[in-house]
Design a protein around this ligand. Structure first.
Ligand code: FES
Length: 85
């Protein structure tokens, strides 16, 4: 399990390990675009502040992964994932 935290709105939600972020973000009221929902289009890119995320996408370059993740496929490798939302 991990805690998904939205830094700007101050909202958070506890999620089971392996849960995709996108439905949780919608439930928390975050406005995140999405299209493919499979980690290939880049629409759902979000900035992360604390992690690390598990990436699973096919669009981000290694340097981009240091700051961003794809909400439709990303998970969390630690106890807390903080997003810049
Ligand atoms: Fe396409 Fe996430 S919706 S990469």
């Amino acid at each position: 399990p991990f805690t998904l935290v939205l830094a700007r709105s101050g909202r958070s939600m506890d999620l089971p390990a392996g849960t995709p972020l996108l439905p949780a973000l919608r439930a928390l009221g975050a406005a995140v675009e999405a299209s493919c929902e499979g980690g290939i289009c880049g629409a759902c890119r979000v900035r992360w502040l604390e992690g690390p995320p598990i990436h699973r996408d096919r669009v981000l370059k290694p340097a981009e992964r240091a700051t961003d993740c794809m909400a439709c496929v990303a998970g969390c490798a630690g106890p807390r994932l903080v997003l810049d939302l």
